[in-house]
Design a protein around this ligand. Structure first.
Ligand SMILES: *Cc1c(COP(=O)(O)O)cnc(C)c1O
Length: 351
């Protein structure tokens, strides 16, 4: 089975837009969401297949988990107890997935704790221990996958414990994008890719590991472009400062374009004086600090720029391209963060 992650506003691509696109993909069995409120939006956007809830749900949200027909990941005893009580009251059966602790030390249930969880499952008929899950700690961070293998071994042991405790899972799942790309043995019965579904490699290390194993180069093509328009053009004299903090000073008379986007929109301030945008198929460098709502770029060498011209912040323009990986490198972060931080207020078009 295939479970595509649409958390974080569809990795910044837009939750409703992604649901609309994924609805036409019959191969997609599940979407995975972090929060109940995201899952509710997915249902409102017309997603009627399965939803796996990866994050926690509060007491107030327990009824919604049932009403929205979510399959929650379980890692906290109190919320399992509440879910069990409510499911049994309503006479329904809720499919759940136990998140097992194999070395990420984030949400997982340890071997010691498992028996307490098993007792709750035994107490309530309304709880089905449907899935056993884990998440890798460093599979995208290194070309050495020893730790990932240890986690996988530990997972196997914990699944045996589950069986012994009478909560034998029907399905097992472990693979996020990097695991899915690199190791068939992590796939089990269901895979949970996020980033790769949007056309990105999870990291350079994943790309390298894949190449080392004889893989090709054409696995992914990013699906999102981010564009804006030039709203103002001006000539700025030699030796003038540009923007807050006077961090850039011109060394010649230049033509400057002002763009109506800033860090509020997700064009991070760490890109100040470092990033390039694309106009007319050419790179134009960001000058000065990125503001809350505005960014200035030098268009001296881009011929014929006019107010209203299209500007590519992420995407391809002629033979030039700037993808989220590149912005991440300039801004000292990862492509995941660049995408996830694209403001929900930006107009999105699914084409
Ligand atoms: C976000 C998430 C994924 C997807 O990870 P990618 O690296 O984007 O493929 C898979 N599993 C869990 C538990 C997640 O939280």
């Amino acid at each position: 089975m295939l479970a595509v992650s649409v958390k974080a506003n569809g990795y910044g691509h837009g939750l409703a837009e992604m649901v609309t696109l994924l609805k036409d993909e019959n191969r997609v069995d599940y979407i995975t969401m972090h929060s109940v409120s995201e899952a509710e939006l997915a249902r409102k956007s017309g997603w009627d297949r399965k939803i796996m809830l990866l994050g926690p749900f509060s007491t107030d949200e327990t009824a919604a988990v049932i009403e929205l027909d979510l399959e929650p990941m379980i890692f906290e005893l109190g919320s399992l107890e509440q879910l069990g009580r409510l499911a049994s009251q309503k006479n329904v059966v809720v499919k759940t997935h136990l998140k097992l602790e194999t070395g990420t030390n984030r949400q997982g249930i340890t071997e010691k704790e498992l028996s307490k969880f098993a007792a709750v499952y035994q107490k309530y008929n309304g709880l089905l221990p449907y899935g056993a899950a884990m998440h890798f700690a460093n599979i995208e961070d290194t070309t050495n996958h020893e730790y990932a293998q240890e986690q996988l071994d530990r997972f196997g042991e914990l699944v045996i414990c589950m069986k012994e405790l009478g909560i034998d899972p029907e399905i097992k799942h472990t693979a996020s994008s990097a695991a899915l790309i690199l190791f068939d043995k992590t796939r089990f019965d269901l895979v949970r890719p996020g980033l790769s579904a949007y056309g990105y490699w999870p990291s350079k290390e994943t790309y390298l590991s894949y190449q080392l194993a004889g893989g090709g180069n054409d696995l992914f093509e990013p699906v999102l472009s981010w564009k804006t328009r030039v709203t103002q053009l001006k000539q700025v004299e030699k030796d003038s400062f540009i923007g807050y903090g006077c961090s850039y000073r011109t060394t010649a008379t230049i033509k400057l374009a002002v763009l109506p986007i800033g860090y509020y929109d997700g064009y991070g301030r760490s890109l100040s004086n470092l990033a390039y945008v694309l106009i007319e198929g050419k790179r134009a460098p960001v000058r000065g600090r990125i503001c809350m709502n505005l960014t200035m770029v030098d268009v001296t060498d881009v011929e014929g720029v006019k107010v209203g011209d299209e500007v590519t912040l992420i995407g391809q323009d002629g033979s030039e391209a700037v993808w989220a990986d590149q912005l991440a490198e300039w801004g000292q972060t990862i492509n995941y963060e660049v995408l996830a931080r694209l403001s929900a207020s930006i107009d999105r078009l699914a084409i």
